[in-house]
Design a protein around this ligand. Structure first.
Ligand code: CP
Length: 303
């Protein structure tokens, strides 16, 4: 049985196959997962990931069972994650799980009777399906796979999605990454070490305007209040890197702005009708990527 815990599990060939499947099912519904049950297990808040997986399952003819919230689960009575998974994995055919602690997806995978999809584990863990849809968006919008310059802006330390994306970018040739952040929110060493070993050129800067000038992709992130516990620190960081219309207009022709969403002010509303803005279109790409992933994993194929 195969689980999806981290993006290091993919290679270029498996990404291509998944993305081709996603493109082929765009705008379609089928009954290929009829009789299958997805368990939607979110111990931490979500709008997009949860609802897009549930929508994906329904569009493929499957069913979904879910919990109202983490607080309504028996973990609030002291049940261990492992025991919850041993039980819940007997109710469905696949589990999509989000949890506030790093490493919980791997712990769940170790005891589950059915495949686990990591829908985000902790602030410094991974969010593999977000990274898959980010990469799909980049390749679809730019029309190429190699030689792409990605600038990742803002909260690089306490944000699992750019961590997961960095591992995927390293599968391609002539990739450049510019990490733009304050010194306090720099990307962690494990990701930078991996990029170095993979031959991806990267630089770190505090200067957003300079950093995005030559970028093909500007990946804006949220300064996550739930992960920066110190209020003073949060206030200091918030507002440091805002994409205004003037900032967007300074980007090169054809470059795109992506964001995992939700946004809380780091991209101003006046940017939404800029030709660079693709962050809402990205949501639609996420749906077909997750449909393709469910079809692959529940179809018994390797990811
Ligand atoms: N991008 C993302 O993970 O959004 P949600 O937290 O709403 O699922």
């Amino acid at each position: 049985m195969e689980h999806l815990v981290e993006t290091q599990q993919f290679d270029r060939k498996s990404l291509k196959k998944l993305f081709e499947l996603a493109t082929s099912i765009e705008g379609k519904r089928d009954e290929s997962l009829k009789g299958k049950i997805l368990v939607s297990l979110f111990f931490a808040p979500s709008t997009r990931t949860r609802l897009s997986f549930e929508s994906a399952m329904f569009r493929l003819g499957g069913d979904v069972i879910t919990m109202e919230s983490g607080e309504s689960s028996s973990q609030s009575k002291g049940e261990t994650l492992e025991d919850s998974i041993r039980v819940v994995s007997q109710y469905g055919d696949i589990i999509v799980m989000r949890h506030g602690e790093v490493g919980t997806a791997a712990r769940a995978a170790a005891v589950s009777k059915v495949p686990i999809i990591n829908a985000g584990d902790g602030n410094m863990g991974q969010h593999p399906t977000q990274a898959l849809l980010d990469l799909y968006t980049i390749q679809r919008e730019l029309g190429c796979e190699d030689g792409i310059h990605v600038a990742i802006v803002g909260n690089l330390k306490y944000y699992r999605s750019p961590r997961s994306l960095a591992y995927l970018l390293s599968k391609y040739k002539d990739m450049h990454v510019t990490f733009i952040s304050s010194p306090e929110l720099r990307m962690e060493g494990d990701v930078k070490e991996h990029l170095k070993e993979s031959g991806v050129q990267f630089i770190e800067t505090e200067d957003m305007i300079e950093g995005i000038r030559d970028a093909d992709v500007v990946y804006q992130t949220r300064i996550a209040k739930e992960w920066i516990k110190n209020d003073e620190e949060y206030e200091r960081q918030r507002g440091r890197y805002i994409i205004t219309r003037a900032v967007a207009d300074s980007m090169k022709k054809g470059a795109i702005i992506i964001h995992a969403l939700p946004r809380v002010g780091e991209i101003e509303a006046e940017v939404d009708d800029s030709p660079h803005a693709v962050y809402f279109k990205q949501v639609g790409y996420g749906l077909i990527v997750r449909m393709a992933l469910l079809k692959t994993m529940l179809g018994g194929k390797k990811i």
